[in-house]
Design a protein around this ligand. Structure first.
Ligand SMILES: [Zn+2]
Length: 64
């Protein structure tokens, strides 16, 4: 059995109740990070940029 952990947006505290015991705010179930094409391209772009930086670093070393 799985209990859904809820979180208060104000206190940033985790609770199992619908309402935060501290401030009474309505808590929400944090959505787990999902795989998305955007993230994939972001990762690809980051990797490309890193490689570019590495190449630039090599060129810099060659110039020096
Ligand atoms: Zn709260």
């Amino acid at each position: 059995m799985r209990t859904s952990l809820r979180r208060c947006p104000k206190c940033q505290e985790y609770t199992l109740n619908d309402l935060c015991q501290r401030c009474g705010s309505k808590t929400f179930v944090p959505i787990p990070p999902r795989y998305s094409p955007e993230d994939k391209y972001g990762e690809y772009r980051r990797r490309l940029r890193k490689e570019g930086e590495d190449q630039y670093g090599k060129h810099k070393d060659n110039l020096l």
